[in-house]
Design a protein. Structure first.
Length: 495
């Protein structure tokens, strides 16, 4: 095996160019660090190429379809719309390609070296410490340096050296026994996002964020959807009132939602492209395709050579402390590779915190219980902080107020009244509402409305403080303001 040494000694070598990795690189380069990013596919990662961005592009197609379908109600005659999913696929790809070009240019502009290939962190024999001759005194107090071996697409090997290494290899879809992903009948999010036409019928296994977004999008665009969730309700982790609104909306739109059911397997039908999916107590459904959305697993295989000392848990997650430090000083891990919420923006936050730690600056660890969550199904879901049941389980005495969007004038104007805002605050001994513990929203454009709620939760603000702020009228965000005013004990429209 011929191994060449690639370039200089970088301050930081990042393995993986998804949100966790590229945020580390951009923030680090802004702070003056020299950075190399090793990426085997395209920078942007799952989020840009096979996740957040393409999924939301298709959900936008669904939104346009809904709008056009109901245009008559608004006095606009547009006829009956039809779906050309290949055109939607083209548009999605244009959006992705533009963002990819933008990101590549940004990395280049910051002087970040992107090296194409698969990176493996070498063990002690490959580190500067044991004699590769790297003078690796880090900025101020750094460790002795590391070598990452890169297998390039043409099979050649190159060694890239860094004072610090950030592991950011991301995650891949999980499957379940009995559902071998073939890209034709059994699909994961990777395959769904590459479709040029939609199946007539589909069983979606897993009612989490991905399952609900796909179920919503496909159903809106004419696919008959059956949603199968093992737990007692869809969107586990969301507040019960919020999940109930989505569940009701799904059922109203003809999605067959089965919660609390185990899926036992599927049998392709002879002489047809369909398959029979068995679930629950002897139930089954015949569908053209199955979408498996039962979570994602960390992509840690091949990332670490023997004896690096970096710890990996039984599920494949790289083990880190609250500062993203692995068991090896100077090696950090961020993003879906570690056991924290698998969200692009959490990866960004972890990348920023990691760079600060490398620079020896004070770091406020990411507060994982208070990160913003946004799910883009219809109706949308957005929340930060404790759900009502989690707050009670944690032993809080609480006060809860809710404002349904049905009473919001802007929601009436846009014709999207399904949903509500729910705010949970700690109850003080006086009976008044204290710190805001959780803000939960379901309804129109709530993913764009969460900001105030997120700030309130993370600022540990009280309703008295937040209620001082004026909400413009008529806006959807008035529902948040109304809910908070109600928590002060004197509601306007909400009692
Ligand atoms: P998830 O963990 O959010 O949901 C998986 C669901 O599948 C769970 O409800 C689980 O109970 C269910 N499940 C597991 N095994 C099952 C089985 N055998 N039969 C039936 N149901 C089963 O995972 P998901 O939706 O695949 O998403 C992966 C990650 O990506 C998550 O961490 C998610 O938060 C993130 N993501 C976030 C998005 C967003 O915030 N908008 C969008 C897409 C993904």
């Amino acid at each position: 095996m011929v191994v060449t040494a690639e370039g200089a000694l970088y301050d930081v070598v990042v393995i993986g160019g998804g949100p966790g990795g590229y945020a580390t690189a951009l923030y680090g380069a802004s702070a003056g660090l020299s950075i190399a990013v090793i990426e085997r596919e395209k920078v942007g990662g799952t989020c840009l190429h096979r996740g957040c961005v393409p999924a939301k592009a298709f959900l936008e197609t669904a939104s346009v379809y809904r709008t056009v379908s109901s245009s008559k109600d608004y006095g606009v005659e547009a006829g009956q719309p039809s779906v050309d999913f290949a055109a939607s696929q083209d548009r999605k790809q244009k959006v992705v390609d533009q963002l990819y070009r933008g990101l590549s240019g940004l990395l280049k502009g910051r002087g970040i070296t992107v090296i194409e290939g698969s990176g493996t962190l070498l063990g002690p024999a490959g580190t500067g410490a044991s004699g590769t001759g790297i003078d690796a005194a880090g900025p101020g107090h750094g460790p002795t340096g590391f070598v990452v071996r890169v297998e390039r697409p043409d099979g050649t090997m190159a060694d890239v050296s860094g004072r610090y290494v950030v592991l950011a290899a991301g995650s891949v879809p999980r499957s379940i026994p009995g559902f071998d992903v073939d890209g034709k009948v059994v699909l994961t999010s990777d395959e769904v996002l590459a479709l040029t036409s939609l199946p007539a019928s589909v069983a979606v296994i897993g009612g989490g964020a991905i399952g609900c977004e796909f179920a919503s999008m496909m159903s809106d665009l004419g696919t008959q959807v059956t949603l199968l969730e093992a737990l007692p309700g869809i969107l586990p982790g969301c507040d019960d009132d919020i999940a109930a609104v989505v569940s009701r909306s799904f059922r109203k739109r003809g999605i067959a939602v089965h919660a609390g059911v185990q899926v036992s397997g599927h049998d392709p039908l002879p002489g047809s492209s369909g398959t029979k999916v068995s679930f629950g107590d002897g139930q089954s459904v015949v569908v053209d395709a199955v979408v498996v959305s039962v979570g994602r697993r960390p992509a840690s295989e091949g990332l670490l050579a023997e004896g690096t000392g970096v710890e990996v848990d039984s599920r494949g997650f790289v083990v880190v402390d609250q500062f993203q430090r692995t068991a090896v000083e100077g090696v950090f891990a961020v993003g879906d590779l570690i056991d924290t919420p698998q969200l692009a923006h959490v990866g960004f936050a972890e990348g920023i915190a990691t760079v600060k730690a490398i620079l020896g600056e004070p770091v406020i660890p990411v507060d994982y219980g208070k990160v913003p969550w946004c799910i883009y199904c219809h109706p949308e879901v957005a929340f930060a902080g404790l759900t009502e049941s989690a707050a009670r389980d944690a032993g809080y005495e609480i006060v809860v107020k809710k404002d349904p969007f049905g009473g919001n004038s802007r929601a009436r104007i846009v014709g999207e009244t399904d949903g509500l805002v729910k705010v949970i605050a700690e109850q003080l001994p006086s009976g008044k509402a204290g710190r805001i513990l959780g803000v939960h929203m379901v309804g129109p454009w709530v993913t764009e409305q969460l900001g105030q709620g997120y700030l309130a939760v993370n600022w540990e603000a009280t309703p008295d403080e937040v209620a001082q702020f004026i909400q413009p009228h008529p806006t959807l965000s008035e529902s948040f303001g109304e809910t908070v005013i109600a928590l002060t004990g004197r509601g306007l429209h909400v009692g």
